[in-house]
Design a protein around this ligand. Structure first.
Ligand code: NIG
Ligand code: FE
Length: 435
């Protein structure tokens, strides 16, 4: 066997009945195994493939596996184990920074004012186009290592700072290289429709995505050169309108991609009610401005709402109506939205913001960062909870209760003792990141 953890005080399984997402009141009820006596604890056994073989009281596990040998045994007496975190929305491949815009926004400029003045996404596009694959890979690896040390074991990663085929493919290729170099698991998303490039109208850009970029990417996926799972569009007033978004999403569906698009961030365009029903979208992100009808549609279709608390915080936007979404049965997930506008790599910080600013309970924030975020990228059969047969993505917390992970604002480096990916220890607090 690969690994045995023993002596844990608590194992937060999140779900223990094979459920692949939680909604409504069920988000408040985490499946938690507690050690019954102070003198004994709980164990987890991981098999040679990196999957969870068994879990339960130390004495029972010791009996059942008396004849087995383990590559590594970790004594985690008095500590807590939670699933590895799944970050449902990031833009991590880019060069340069936008620190100057941070100051402008603090002084009162809106996100769209900066964007319309040629800054924002198009500023980053210039820097990303000019950067070599190696430079981008170095920047990306550094960011992914920081995510791992903050407890993220699986992450959705977008392209979107190329806006033309060759740079978009360069970004997706860099993601493929990172998959081979680091133990963090990546779900890649093509976001060629992230902004309208300087030399095109929105209509011309839409045509280019549909007729040129998407077919090239689908071809590379078919050849096995790229593994791209999702397609995204920034559907927003002044970027891609709902009709352009629908045409891109239809083309994406025709190639068999999953859909997770940026909707209702700054304006209400009714994109969730139109697109959820028309395409059965797997996920829609942001939703600060979502309408009542949009919430109803997402709930009926089962589209995951990927909520990004950093955006509303940094841009001082109206927060997304998460409480209404949960009450209406929408599947709610969380992501960092890491990008040059929202520079946050830490899911514990995001859960903290979700709890304080969006009024999510601590349990809801953890569900949204594990089983529900895994569901948003089609991985909740295998990831997002601590159950027999699932991938052993685990965090060992040096704390007597799991809530310490969210309680400390930006304190993950003190709380997370081990990050385990597929049964392999990849971050050890005493030694920092191992990979
Ligand atoms: O999700 N809103 C669009 N895309 C990103 C921001 C990207 C950027 O500003 O570079 C977001 O917040
Ligand atoms: Fe985003």
């Amino acid at each position: 066997m690969k690994l045995c953890l023993k002596g844990a005080k608590q194992i937060v399984q999140v779900v223990d009945n094979g459920r692949q997402f939680l909604t409504g009141d069920a988000m408040k009820r985490l499946a938690i195994m507690e050690a019954v006596e102070a003198a004994s604890g709980l164990s987890i056994v991981v098999d040679e493939h990196g999957n969870i073989k068994d879990l339960g009281p130390d004495a029972e596990i010791e009996n059942r596996y008396a004849k087995s040998s383990f590559e590594r045994v970790l004594d985690v007496t008095g500590k807590t184990i939670v699933p590895g975190l799944v970050d449902a929305h990031t833009h991590p491949v880019w060069a340069g920074d936008r620190v100057h815009e941070f100051a402008m926004k603090l002084a009162g400029a809106s996100y769209m004012e900066v964007h319309e003045a040629g800054g924002g996404i198009n500023f980053t596009v210039e820097r990303t186009k000019a950067a070599s694959e190696d430079e981008l890979l170095g920047l990306l690896m550094r960011r992914l290592r920081r995510m791992l040390s903050a407890g993220t074991t699986t992450v959705e990663c977008k392209s979107g700072y190329g806006l033309e085929a060759s740079t978009e493919i360069k970004m997706l290729t860099v993601l493929e290289k990172a998959k081979k170099n680091l133990p963090i698991e990546i779900s890649s998303t093509f976001l060629g429709a992230h902004s309208v490039p300087k030399d095109k109208s929105a209509e011309e850009a839409t045509k280019d995505v549909i007729e040129n970029q998407l077919p090239q990417i689908a071809n590379l996926v078919a050849k096995g050169t790229l593994q791209v799972e999702n397609v995204d569009v920034f559907c927003e007033k002044g970027v891609f309108d709902v009709d352009q978004t629908r045409r891109i999403l239809q083309a994406a569906r025709n190639f068999g991609f999953k859909i997770n698009f940026h909707g209702e961030e700054l304006c209400q365009l009714n994109s969730p009610e139109i697109c959820s029903r028309e395409f059965g979208c797997e996920a829609i992100s942001h939703l600060e401005e979502v309408s009542k009808e949009g919430i109803e549609a997402m709930s009926e279709v089962g589209t995951v709402a990927v909520i990004l608390p950093t955006t509303a915080y940094i841009l001082r936007l109206k927060p997304p109506p998460v409480r209404q979404m949960i009450d209406q049965g929408v599947i709610v997930a969380l992501g960092t939205d890491f990008n040059p506008n929202a520079f946050c790599l830490s899911m514990p910080a995001v859960m903290h913001l979700a709890a304080v600013n969006l009024k999510m309970s601590l349990a809801e924030a953890l569900v949204a960062s594990t089983i529900n975020s895994a569901h948003s990228i089609g991985r909740s059969k295998t990831h997002g909870s601590i159950e027999k047969g699932k991938v052993a993505d685990l965090l060992v917390l040096d704390a007597p209760k799991w809530e310490h992970l969210i309680y400390q604002l930006a304190g993950h480096d003190d709380v997370i003792e081990y990050v385990i990916k597929k049964g392999q220890v990849v971050v050890e607090r005493s030694k920092s990141v191992l990979v």
